[in-house]
Write a protein of this length. Sequence first.
Length: 386
Amino acid sequence: MPPSVLAAARMLRDALVGFDAALCSGADCAVVVEELAATEKACAAARALAAVRAGECGTHREKGFADTADWLARATGISMVEARTELDTARALGNMPNTKAALTAGELSLAQAHELAKTEADCPGSEADLLAAAKTGTLKTLKDLGRKRRLGRIDPEDLHRRQHQERSFRHWRNDLGLVAFAGALPPEVGVPFVNRLDAETDRLRRQAKRDGNAEARDAYAADALMKLAAGAGQSKAPRADLVIVCNLRAYRRGHTHPGEPCHIVGGGPIPVSLVHQVAEDAFIKAVLHDGKRIETVVHYGRHISAEVRTALELGPVPDFDGVTCTEANCDRRYHLEWDHVDPSANWGPTSYDNLKPRCYPHHQEKTARDRKAGLLRGRGRGPDPP
């Protein structure tokens, strides 16, 4: 029995019972949040490791439970699925000492440790790189990196076959009587679908704002889905429905070699055979490159020239894996806005080098900084630039 751990846990609970956030300053509350977050991670790690040991000793049966996960779920108030994930993660830490040390020190959450363990199991040797990313980035960033590594280990033809086999759609009635649904689509179908849905959602939301209405974005997404299903949504948007990146040599050869990416931006790797299969669809933006320069582009565009927009949306060379908000520690990938680094009101060009992706909050902050710096004086107020 570890009396120091038990005593500390009970003392912390007693202290938290008397905590009133309203009596603290905002700065003090921020410190409390960060310290409790680290403590919570360390507590979760100790709990999961202790649960594994208790299960190995059969203690759960003494408490009337036939399954360790069932006992843990009851003790913690989480679901059976979550309990099994906790136990699996804790067991995997035996082969990942660095991740275990970071977890027990409160530097990682169990969710981050689970992602690390899952990727290390499929891609041995990934722990060091992903651990560094986990300590400095968000869970979403870690999941994106882990998924990219795991998918990269699968033959593209096999991956596409498995994706097709796993496609699904189901629907039910929720507590309020609404029709709810969930599904999974292969990337060549799902990516253009969600891009069209997002474009129509944004259009409806902008119109609602002009009309003085304001609802949650999810509400407009539901309206957009109904319009698209009825064939009433707008068919064109500045962004293409689907962007496929394929190495030129691989496209001509019919398959890839190492270092020759072939994937759907935002959708992961695909076989070259699929590129040929869908190449005639008009809604596709296709990009063929030789690793150094873009060879062929079929595109759409409006305010930003189509060629510039195509290059921007690919993301950094050589991965061409799409874009995220350019601000540090922000990993938003969706609903981004293209910001002029040198504002257009300051005669900044609409060019590849002068456009950066920013999410709406960071775009607003950048605009405020530009205004404070006097860069938003507006064109026509003074002589033209040389």
